[in-house]
Design a protein around this ligand. Structure first.
Ligand SMILES: Nc1nc2c(ncn2[C@@H]2O[C@H](COP(=O)(O)OP(=O)(O)OP(=O)(O)O)[C@@H](O)[C@H]2O)c(=O)[nH]1
Ligand SMILES: [Mg+2]
Length: 424
């Protein structure tokens, strides 16, 4: 089964901490400061590419962490930058903030976008040397990043979308007019996930989408439901296929209105798209009658009907040419508006900092609003919560910073007024 909507956790790498170090040379008793800067954390980058068609990979693996920057080192050595993590997604993937439901980014064409920036590295103590402060004993920690949950939603970016009851011949048509090889079967719901194909026709080429069949009540979840209509939400043209032969015992005109009702129930915008009606299976005896019924009902309303047969291929070229011409007049839709989430995240992340000091009583203390932020999220009485706490300390680079500060295994560290044993 296709995954066209899934939730994942992403986190850019923390910046590495700046180092505190002093030159040690023979005959130079008090060498100058030479602590290097921390490296930058890796970013989370999305790459929308036509190589990938589904979000299936994201169904099984849900956590994506870019590498942290390394801490600075002695001799003015800058820590190594963390590696970026590039997540490949299909074109048409919309990234949504899981918490607020707002659109982070619409990757509607092949592109790469940085979604979470890696944390900047901290400054080493060498940077803080001035004529009056020749031996600074401090550095700054790297910027800590915050993980985010995002929903990936695939809205295919076909130009035209085939809709209709199951078994009307949607996949068969796609297989004839394009190189796509969708599954075809004489039973309902052969197609379980959308297929795309590129069609070359009179007025240019276009992408045609074939989605699973719809039935009455699809908008309320009947059959495969209406989830797949998401894939034609962005198409410019709806190709509505009706089985003119009535071979399954349904009335073509009823079929037409049933599907129209479902489209409308899904969204007004979808129902308002330009529609081209196709009378399918014209090779089957009796189809002429069905075509006449459709024409009698719809032509007075200005709807032109294209009769086709996949069996004889009659009418198919005319239909494809008509689609290509119709598309010329319909503008390409704009990407879905992004809702400023990236900027907010950026500002939010940079507000959290921490520092490590040795308190007057000799105990090492970690302070800063990052510590407040973490303590608001844990319950010291709950073992699960404390495991999470340990992980947060690691994620935010506090453990590494304590190590750099020279704290050893088993030593006491104070945070938020409580004392913990540092376990490395
Ligand atoms: N006689 C005749 N049979 C056709 C024609 N087009 C499709 N069929 C047959 O109709 C059956 C269903 O075709 P599909 O292309 O799988 O139909 P679909 O609309 O994609 O169906 P779902 O994926 O289940 O929604 C198959 O057995 C096809 O061989 C046609 O023009 N004439
Ligand atoms: Mg099909």
């Amino acid at each position: 089964m296709i995954t066209d909507r899934t939730k994942i956790y992403i986190k850019a790498g923390n910046g590495g901490n700046g180092a505190v170090s002093f030159r040690r040379e023979k005959y130079v008793p008090n060498g100058g400061p030479d602590g290097g800067d921390g490296g930058e954390g890796g970013s989370i980058i999305f790459e929308a590419t036509p190589e990938i068609r589904t979000l299936n990979d994201y169904r099984f693996h849900r956590k994506y962490l870019a590498q942290n920057g390394e801490a600075g080192k002695a001799s003015n050595m800058t820590g190594k930058n963390g590696q970026d993590l590039i997540l490949k997604v299909p074109e048409g993937t919309v990234v949504i903030d899981a918490m607020s439901g707002r659109v982070v980014a619409d990757l509607n064409h092949a592109q790469t976008r940085t979604i979470l920036k890696g944390g900047k590295g901290g400054k080493g103590n060498a940077r803080f040397a001035t004529p009056t402060r020749q031996a600074p004993k401090f550095s700054t920690p790297g910027r800590k990043t915050i993980g985010r949950e995002v929903i990936l939603e695939l809205k295919s970016i076909a130009d035209a979308g085939l809709v209709g009851f199951p078994s009307v011949g949607k996949s068969t048509l796609l297989s004839i007019v394009s190189a796509a090889k969708p599954k075809i079967g004489d039973y309902h719901f052969t197609t379980l996930s959308p297929n795309l194909g590129v069609v070359s026709a009179l007025a240019g080429s276009f992408v045609l989408a074939d989605i699973p069949g719809l039935i009455e009540g699809a908008s309320e979840g009947a059959g495969l439901g209406h989830d797949f209509l998401r894939h034609i939400e962005r198409t410019r043209l709806i190709v509505h296929m009706v089985d003119a032969s009535g071979i399954e015992g349904r009335d073509p005109v009823d079929d037409y209105y049933t599907i129209r009702k479902e489209l409308k129930a899904y969204s007004e915008a979808l129902a308002n798209k330009k529609e081209i009606v196709v009378a399918a299976k014209m090779d089957i005896p009796g189809a002429e009658v069905g075509l006449e019924m459709l024409q009698a009902e719809l032509e007075p309303k200005g709807v032109k009907i294209y009769p086709i047969s996949a069996a004889t291929t009659k009418g198919i070229k005319e239909l494809m040419d008509a689609l290509s011409v119709a598309l010329l007049e319909i503008p390409i839709p704009k990407p879905i508006e992004e809702e400023g989430v990236l900027e907010e995240w950026e500002n939010y992340d940079s507000q959290f900092t921490f520092e490590i000091i040795r308190a007057e009583d000799g105990i090492v203390e970690v302070n800063g609003n990052l510590i407040d932020h973490i303590f608001e999220r844990i319950d010291p009485q709950d073992p699960d919560s404390m495991r999470h706490f340990a992980k947060l300390l690691e994620d935010y680079g506090i453990i590494q910073a304590l190590r750099n500060f020279g704290v050893k295994d088993g030593q006491e560290v104070r945070m938020n007024g409580e004392t913990f044993d540092f376990i490395d």
